[in-house]
Ligand binder design. Structure first.
Ligand code: SF4
Ligand SMILES: [Zn+2]
Ligand SMILES: [Zn+2]
Length: 318
């Protein structure tokens, strides 16, 4: 039997990038330690703050909800779980009950923002309309833009000081590589442990960006958390190609993902300098903050004949 490098118990995980083996207890301790270290190092959560946690019911967001709720209990912070129902039949309707169940288990308030109520269409309807019009945009483009905007609107409406998301190391490194490939300085600049945007935006924090996806999954499994494991039917696109490339590369060259992350963190101050200055106003259609006349969500929805409502409707769980 392979033994844990730290305590000698039976190992459950080969942390190849560090050359160590971990037992269940040491893996759990390590994930919790990295989360707390990131919070302390980047000053992500201050005492008495209100933290909105984006939770879909998937493994990463459920782990995030449990760890943030536990941490905040000791810091006198308030935590609210915020879900977005994009309207993906056979997928999101299965994951949201798990988001709700975990929030209830932790005694947290849980609210849901709904694409249909706010954007005038579910993601399934948006995708159908986009295919009819033969736009070349992938469903994840519509989904990502609307979801980010709804989460910000919900967090702001709840009076949250921060919006926490469960992005793990794999997510963050994929986003770095994708924005390099696209040459997208503006999006590259938004990556990092904390993004303090301009007025109208709630600061976004990512306390899990130094924890590999596999370790988040194993943590959920070892702590017996109730999570939704299915894959979104729209998953794919260039994100998938970059993920596969990075995973294959990591097999032959362990630690690649951490190296990309560290390199990006060193380059980030220079990325900020390369950005043109811009001012923030209100979207003419929905009133949300934007640097143009229309926010990206209204621009995308308008192109398909849908209209976003001015007011966000938050529903309490049934
Ligand atoms: S895979 Fe794409 S469409 Fe599915 S939930 Fe994620 S961003 Fe949305
Ligand atoms: Zn151990
Ligand atoms: Zn708008």
């Amino acid at each position: 039997m392979l033994r844990c490098t730290f305590c000698g118990r039976g190992a459950v995980y080969d942390r190849r990038y560090a050359g160590t083996l971990l037992c269940d207890r040491c893996l759990i301790k390590s994930v919790e330690h990295r989360f707390r270290r990131a919070v302390a190092e980047h000053k992500l959560i201050a005492p008495n703050e209100k933290i909105a946690v984006a939770v879909s019911g998937g493994k990463d967001s459920v782990v995030a909800l449990h760890l943030i709720a536990d941490y905040c209990r000791h810091k006198n912070c308030e935590v609210v779980a915020v879900s977005v129902d994009e309207g993906i039949r056979g997928y999101r309707d299965h994951s949201l009950p798990l988001a709700r169940e975990n929030a209830e288990q932790l005694g947290l308030e849980h609210v849901t923002a709904n694409f249909k109520n706010t954007c005038g269409a579910t993601l399934d309807e948006i995708v159908k309309a986009a295919r009819r019009r033969k736009t070349r945009l992938h469903p994840c483009t519509y989904c990502g833009v609307m979801r980010r905007s709804l989460l910000n609107q919900a967090a702001r409406g709840l009076g949250a000081d921060k919006l926490a998301t469960a992005h793990n190391l794999d997510d963050e490194v994929q986003a770095i590589m994708l924005n390099y490939v696209r040459g997208d300085f503006a999006r590259l600049h938004r990556l990092g442990p904390i993004y303090q945007p301009r007025e109208g935006f709630v600061p976004r924090i990512k306390p899990f960006r130094e924890i590999p996806e596999k370790e988040m999954a194993l943590y959920a499994l070892l702590r017996n958390l109730k999570v939704h494991l299915a894959l979104c039917p729209y998953a794919g696109s260039i994100h998938g190609e970059i993920r596969d490339f990075l995973n294959n590369f990591e097999v032959n060259h362990p630690n690649t993902k951490f190296m990309i992350l560290r390199m990006f963190d060193r380059l980030k101050p220079h990325v900020a300098q390369a950005l043109p200055s811009f001012s923030i106003g209100e979207c003419l259609a929905c009133g949300e903050p934007t640097s143009g006349e229309l926010c990206k969500a209204c621009e995308l929805l308008g192109g398909l004949g849908f209209k976003r409502r001015k007011r966000l409707i938050l529903s309490e769980p049934k």
